[in-house]
Write a protein that binds this ligand. Structure first.
Ligand code: SF4
Length: 87
């Protein structure tokens, strides 16, 4: 049987376990929903592991480690990275 990431390792200790999945993966994201999800993440004991995984895996959707997709992309590709890579 294939396990999902939420069933292995650090994920079983996540504060979001048991939360409504639509809070973290909403069909229509909003600032209010993001704030509510981030508030759950703020008290999560595995926030660092979750964030590191999501950035490394380039998770394409949802709130992971207290960050949105755009915020995670910003960690992977900081401002000016194209110029530094070309230079
Ligand atoms: S940091 Fe947020 S998304 Fe990640 S396991 Fe914790 S509560 Fe869930």
């Amino acid at each position: 049987m294939r396990r999902t990431v939420r069933e292995i390792g650090w994920a079983v200790r996540g504060a979001c376990r048991g939360s409504d999945p639509e809070l973290f993966f909403p069909p229509a994201p909003s600032v209010e929903q993001e704030s509510r999800a981030k508030a759950v993440c703020a008290g999560c004991p595995v926030l660092d592991d979750c964030r590191a995984y999501a950035v490394r895996a380039a998770e394409p959707e949802g709130i992971w480690g207290g960050l949105t997709v755009k915020e995670r992309r910003g960690l992977r590709f900081p401002a000016g990275w194209r110029q530094r890579a070309a230079g």
